[in-house]
Design a protein around this ligand. Structure first.
Ligand SMILES: [Zn+2]
Length: 644
């Protein structure tokens, strides 16, 4: 490869396998990546953040067949779910790679061919114990059980013997080169404890790797030998090259490769820390800087898994709290290398204490005082006194520490530092008691200085919270009268006293509502029940269908439901009366464009209270990747007409 002209920062998540639905584990990895990506962008670095889906292999073939679908149809469905979860979690990836995309398939074939030509891939016969569930041959040193079978060490299921002609990759030839690489790059695997695991595994000796199958059809064919399909791991790992432009966007590829950090769950460490660098060495690509194996979120101290049925659905929390509290909790609770235990008690406690009390109250209280005492802006600011100076000086020292922690991916430590500072601001207000000073007209300048100081401090912490809680941080930033998006403010140009005198603040709305554990658990039970129902296809009889009162409704009023992004409150004329209905379409349609539209509605749906508004009926809309598209009539029809 030509001399490395890399300029940008490149971060990846694993590509997620589409035989599964997105759960909290996927969300965790992707939130970490999004946070690091946003942080790097604040420093003015050019960043490429890649995520995507792994769509080939036997498990997808099987799962699709069980549902009566083609593999690609199943993949399309699951991709839709991932994309809408990423949108709901505010994940700003730069590219979403699917291994079924031609740009990926061609790239993988090209590299396969290159390794064939070099002699690093050769044809042979493989006989070994194979785990269907993991699509992986078992390591040779797994012992035989008494019944003559081997048990997969990863999933505990029975393995079977598979013997077939296949292509091998000469992994064994790279053992000493790989060990030398680890020695020269001790940060290649993080945290360090995982590096030790990897090194001792490689020292035991590497055997050549079978990288094709003849029994699996759903995959990328071997060039010029289409009876063989490229093994799913070989296929998948190369997404990190094809996703950033290898063989189709050379300029981008040159700018970003090699990856700065591959974020992965620790369960797939061996593939990323051993096979991946060797594939790259063989194909003569520069090697990635770091493979970071993060821990798992446990539930009741055990790993979440589909088979145990204890997987946490991110929507249980998203629907009640939105993205930021979940992002905050996952990043604050544990360092990213360790395991954490997810409990609702722990989550609610964090939200109420850190977010609603410490941060939310501080912002609300400070801005309300500026509104009430200063007409919403600072005209005259008094001299800075010693205690004011402390707040500024503390910040000057703090910002370096926060940046360092973010740089070394210690996001929990960065957040701890931010919270120490939030407590200092709260203490500063408690000591200076602006609410008392406000009663004394001669102390106006002093009052303005105190509030200015607190507002300045809130402004800078909003900035540093942005990578973790982009939506709330942006709101707080805007409350202070800052017009532009936070990501346009470079760190290097961020000043403590960045508020301009005369800058008008906005009336704040609460950022983090308090929720009691009892209410949350009640909500969770309801949501679980309704999502279980969704899974099953149920038939209705014609008599049941006849009970539905479907009519042509005309939208006569439309407005956003306060404090939500998506909900619109509609007044719908159904011929006999006007009904209030709440619809989750505000991210696609503005209230204005809905006015006067006629569309099918269910008039006799049992009313439900949504965000404090009673919805008396429902409009019909298609849902694609979490976004609604309303069906309208193609001819004018009278309002109230029956729909059959
Ligand atoms: Zn297994």
């Amino acid at each position: 490869m030509a001399e490395n002209s890399k300029k940008g920062f490149y971060i990846t998540t694993p590509i997620y396998y589409v035989n599964d639905v997105p759960h909290i584990g996927h969300a965790y990895t992707t939130i970490i990546a999004d946070t690091i990506s946003r942080f790097k962008k604040l420093l003015g670095e050019e960043v490429f953040f890649l995520t995507g889906t792994d769509e080939h292999g036997q498990k997808v073939e099987k799962a699709a067949a069980e549902k009566g679908l083609e593999p690609i149809e199943l993949a399309d469905q699951v991709v839709g779910r991932f994309k809408s979860l990423w949108q709901d979690l505010n994940i700003g990836y730069d590219f979403f790679i699917r291994t079924t995309q031609p740009l990926h398939e061609k790239g993988v074939q090209k590299i396969f061919q290159k390794l064939m030509d070099k002699g690093d891939i050769y044809k042979g016969i493989y006989k070994g114990w194979y785990c269907v569930s993991d699509e992986n041959f078992l390591p040779e040193d797994v012992p035989l059980e008494e019944d003559g079978y081997k048990i997969c060490p990863d999933c505990g299921k029975k393995a079977g013997v598979v013997s077939e002609e296949c292509y091998f990759f000469k992994l064994s030839a790279y053992q000493s080169r790989l060990l030398r690489f680890y020695e020269e790059n001790p940060d290649f695997v993080r945290p360090p404890s995982r590096m030790n695991e990897v090194v001792s595994f490689v020292r035991q000796g590497l055997k050549d790797l079978s990288i094709t199958r003849t029994t699996v059809k759903w995959g990328i064919p071997v060039p010029d030998d289409s009876d063989h399909t490229i093994y799913v791991w070989f296929d998948a790992l190369h997404n990190y090259l094809t996703g950033v432009g290898y063989d189709w966007n050379q300029a981008r590829f040159q700018k970003f490769w090699p990856a700065d950090i591959h974020l992965i769950g620790k369960d797939i460490l061996r593939f990323h820390a051993i096979f991946w660098p060797v594939f790259l060495m063989a194909a003569e690509f520069p090697l990635p800087r770091t493979v970071f194996g993060h821990g798992w979120w446990l539930r009741d101290e055990t790993k979440m898994s589909k088979s145990k049925g204890n997987v946490l659905d991110p929507y249980l929390i998203l629907n009640t709290f939105g993205a930021d509290p979940l992002r905050y909790f996952l990043l604050r609770e544990i360092p990213i290398g360790l395991d954490g235990n997810f409990s609702h008690e722990g989550f609610i406690h964090r939200v109420n204490s850190d977010l609603a009390n410490d941060l939310g109250n501080l912002i609300q209280r400070t801005l309300t005082m500026i509104q009430n005492y200063c007409k919403g802006k600072f005209e005259e600011i008094g001299e800075e006194e010693e205690e004011d100076e402390n707040l500024r000086l503390e910040y000057e020292k703090l910002k370096k520490r926060i940046i360092d922690y973010y740089e070394e991916y210690s996001i929990n430590r960065a957040l701890e530092e931010i919270w120490i500072y939030i407590n200092s601001i709260n203490r500063y207000l408690a000591v200076n008691e602006p609410w008392k000073i406000a009663k004394d007209k001669t102390k106006r300048k002093r009052l303005t200085r105190i509030l200015f100081q607190a507002a300045s401090a809130i402004r800078v912490i909003s900035y540093f919270l942005y990578p973790v809680m982009p939506e709330s941080a942006q709101k707080a930033w805007n409350f202070l009268g800052e017009e532009r998006p936070i990501q346009k403010q470079l760190y290097q140009e961020l000043k403590f006293e960045g508020l301009r005198p005369g800058q008008k603040i906005k009336t704040p709305s609460p950022l983090f509502p308090r929720v009691s554990l009892k209410d949350f658990l009640k909500e969770e039970t309801l949501q679980k029940a309704s999502s279980q129902k969704e899974e099953k296809m149920e038939y209705v009889t014609f008599d049941e269908f006849k009970k539905m009162d479907l009519r042509v409704g005309e939208i006569v009023e439309a407005e956003k439901v306060e404090g939500t992004e998506k909900l619109i409150k509609l007044k719908v004329d159904i011929g006999t009366e006007k009904r209030t209905m709440v619809a989750g379409i505000g991210d696609v349609y503005s209230p204005q464009e809905l006015m006067g539209k006629k569309l099918p509605v269910i008039a006799n749906l049992k009313p439900a209270v949504i965000r404090g508004v009673e919805s008396q009926g429902m409009i019909l809309a298609a849902e694609v990747e979490g976004k609604a598209t309303i069906s309208f009539f193609d001819k004018d029809v009278p309002t109230g007409a029956r729909v059959r």
